[in-house]
Design a protein around this ligand. Structure first.
Ligand SMILES: [Zn+2]
Length: 175
């Protein structure tokens, strides 16, 4: 269910990639899941997004193979939360690049409206999206934190894709 005209058949790989990653709400949903915030109500609260807008992005990110659903118990009821797939986890350098570019070129509306990409071992913000600009290590969700100054005082370690054996078989997305 594409959100707009379908760019998935474009000859340019940038256009095909933007078909998935060029939607602001979709990429903000990915941000939340990287922050470990994969439950419908929690994403909705954080993004201040309408139910139908969020449902559509979640369904679409599952269909595109970037997110998977994982059941959890909410009292007596089983509900679904959203987790990264390896394909979704691979989008990290793209999101890192947008964060770093924005920090470099866009004005922040308030003094603390900043976000840094941190290589955990160095503990320093990196100026490069896919490798740590201090030590040269390749950045992965497992060794990277995001420090959103409005969100927390400390950098938050990112979620990684769970092993496939921990996920149920294909299921229909739901809230
Ligand atoms: Zn480093």
């Amino acid at each position: 269910m594409p959100l707009r005209s379908d760019w998935s058949e474009r000859t340019c790989s940038l256009a095909r990639g933007l078909d998935i990653l060029g939607d602001p709400w979709g990429s903000l949903v990915l941000r939340e899941v990287f922050f470990g915030n994969g439950r419908f109500d929690a994403i909705k609260t954080r993004l201040q997004i309408a139910d139908n807008v969020l449902s559509k992005r979640l369904t679409w990110l599952v269909e595109a193979g970037l997110l998977a659903q994982r059941p959890y118990l909410d009292g007596a009821r089983t509900r679904q939360e959203y987790v990264l797939t390896p394909k979704g986890e691979d989008a990290l350098p793209v999101l890192n690049a947008i964060i770093i570019w924005s920090e470099k070129h866009l004005d922040a509306p308030t003094d603390n409206a900043h976000m840094r990409v941190i290589h955990n071992r160095c503990g320093l913000p990196t100026a490069s999206a896919d490798t740590c600009s201090h030590c040269g290590s390749r950045l992965t969700a497992a060794n990277t934190s995001w420090h959103s100054l409005t969100r927390s005082e400390h950098p938050l370690a990112l979620a990684t894709a769970p092993a496939t054996r921990d996920l149920p078989n294909e299921s229909e997305p739901s809230a």
